[in-house]
Design a protein around this ligand. Sequence first.
Ligand SMILES: N[C@@H](CCC(=O)N[C@@H](CS)C(=O)NCC(=O)O)C(=O)O
Length: 217
Amino acid sequence: MGLKLYNAQLSPYSARVRLAIYVKGLDAEIVDAFSTPELEAELERVNPMAKVPTLVHDGHVVPESEVICEYFEDMGMGVALRPSDPKACARMRLFSRIGDLYLMEPMQRLFSQINPKGRDHALVERELAELAKAIKWLEAFLDGSPFAVGDSLTLADCTLVPMLFFYDHIGPMFGSADPFATSPKLGKYYRGLQDNPHVARLVAELEVALAKVMGRK
Ligand SMILES: N[C@@H](CCC(=O)N[C@@H](CS)C(=O)NCC(=O)O)C(=O)O
């Protein structure tokens, strides 16, 4: 049966898991869960949350991107993307928590305000301020090296790359020409990571998926 991932190309949470799959070189069936009503119904059957990503491994269902990534590690699948040192591991999880709780939350609310027509300016201002806080924290916790933690890719990078992809694109939509202007370490980190072929593949996929959606608007 193997691994089956219910995915959406533009979901930053799905992208986090795809990146882990690519880096680990796992053989997984990746299906676009929202491409047909049948697949949507299948997703809802396997996971009542009906969210992507959802992993099914030999019939065992694992929802939630971070839980899936940690599951890969616990199962010893592919190259390790979790440091063995507890302190490094805590740093890795900190980046994921900041991403999930403080970066994605305001960004999700900003996604609904992309169209300047009928934009709620008070909401935009509030969420941009929240987003700026998360960016400041990431900037403070990064140590200036090419990876978020240690000297190789970890789950922290899998989390941050797709989120920073959206941050990089959402900035100009709300009037910021260079979203990384006040976070040079973070900008250097995000741009530098794109030399990695797995990261480059993921970012290219996100570009295609975003262009498709924007073309529809
Ligand atoms: N906390 C979840 C978030 C997953 C999530 O919100 N996925 C969105 C796509 S980005 C989704 O499936 N939305 C469909 C829905 O909620 O019905 C994770 O980390 O996996």
